[in-house]
Design a protein around this ligand. Structure first.
Ligand SMILES: [Zn+2]
Length: 364
């Protein structure tokens, strides 16, 4: 008998497999418990590992409830994560995570809502909760690193109202659109951050210092701000696009321009509207997805050329990387229908980690 072909991971067949493998709330809960607490359950209130699980023995307690021996606090796997106090089944969250992670350029909340069977506002909040775990700000880029900046958001409109015809709305460098800095390691990871409406070399310098190793070889276009900031690094080369110069051997900025184009395409094709308030989170999502890509290099035996193939990491591996960052990142609904981020311990509300990053790095 021929063995059944394993379904491709980005096919709906695989979604069926996922639903068959984790058919009940309990099975999804134990999967989440394994991924959120890889070193065993710990208390999200005080961090203690001395916890015990409620057993369903004649007492009525909700599923997956733990109690901490140290602070007597009770918690489950979703406590103080972006799924805190969710009224949705965890199976819906698993489906949302699956659909989000396999879409190559992201998925709009309208489409997500249809696919997992919730209302659009719910799907919008879920998508932001998932994005909140997607930041990648730990490692440094090294080797050949290409740096570039790009603008997001809508193009400046033409003034159709005759009364405001004289008002000049500049394009390019003088525009008020948010500027995004992108750094890409040749054949490696990517970092991107939302700077501000008018970037200067100080902000770009701060971005590069935060994400790039001082021993790196920087390649950029002839942007003066990047040139000034690149003096702090070991090496710097430029390609002058204005002089129709695009590549001199190894010196080109094609990798980073591909990513800048990806940011643009995601905005144009999927999200259509990106508010400044949530922009860093959308950028984190695009970069996370890009960084989940792995390459296989095969050498052609006949002519010795190298062929590069890309593939995405398995869904469960991506899920593992996401959920391990879950604790301490609550995303709640605000009274106005937006989003709020409670502080990990105290009462009152804090900035989201993604927004706090922009605020502290690039004071605006
Ligand atoms: Zn505790």
């Amino acid at each position: 008998m021929v063995a059944k072909r394993e379904p491709r991971e980005d096919s709906l067949e695989w979604l069926e497999w996922l639903e068959r493998t984790y058919p009940t709330e309990t099975s999804v809960r134990s999967l989440f418990e394994r991924l959120v607490w890889p070193n065993g359950a710990h208390c999200p209130h005080c961090g203690s590992l001395d916890v015990w699980r409620f057993r369903k023995k004649g007492r009525s307690s909700r599923d997956g409830l733990f109690e901490c021996r140290h602070c007597r606090g009770q918690f489950t796997v979703t406590t103080k994560t972006p799924m805190h106090a969710t009224k949705l089944p965890l199976r819906t969250w698993l489906k949302a995570l699956y659909v989000t992670l396999i879409s190559s350029k992201g998925i709009s909340s309208v489409m997500l809502a249809k696919q997992i069977g919730v209302r659009q506002p719910t799907a919008w909040k879920m998508a932001h909760a998932i994005r909140e775990m997607m930041d990648d700000r730990d490692s440094l880029l090294d080797g050949i690193v290409e740096v570039d900046t790009t603008y997001m958001g809508g193009r400046p409109r033409k003034n159709l109202d005759p009364r405001y015809k004289h008002v000049y709305r500049p394009r390019g460098k003088a525009t008020t659109r948010p500027e995004v800095a992108v750094a890409a390691e040749r054949g490696g990871r990517v970092k991107a951050a939302f700077l501000s409406s008018s970037a200067n070399s100080e902000q770009i310098g701060r971005f590069m210092g935060r994400f790039i190793s001082p021993d790196a070889h920087i390649i950029s276009d002839d942007d003066k701000a990047i040139g000034k900031a690149a003096r702090a690094f070991k090496d710097h080369d430029t390609v002058t696009h204005g002089k129709k110069q695009y590549a001199r051997g190894n010196v080109h900025s094609n990798t980073v321009e591909g990513i800048a184009a990806l940011l643009k395409r995601t905005q144009l094709g999927i999200y259509n509207q990106l508010s400044k308030r949530h922009l860093q989170r959308y950028i984190d999502e695009i970069v996370f997805r890009k960084n989940q890509r792995r390459t296989i290099e095969t050498i052609n035996q006949r002519d010795g050329t190298v062929q590069v193939q890309f593939y995405h990491r398995p869904f469960i591996d991506q899920l593992e990387e996401l959920l391990v960052r879950a604790v301490g990142r609550q995303v709640r609904r605000s009274n106005e229908g937006g989003l709020e981020w409670p502080l990990p311990i105290a009462t009152g509300y804090a900035l989201a980690p993604s927004i706090a990053f922009t605020k502290t790095m690039f004071q605006r």
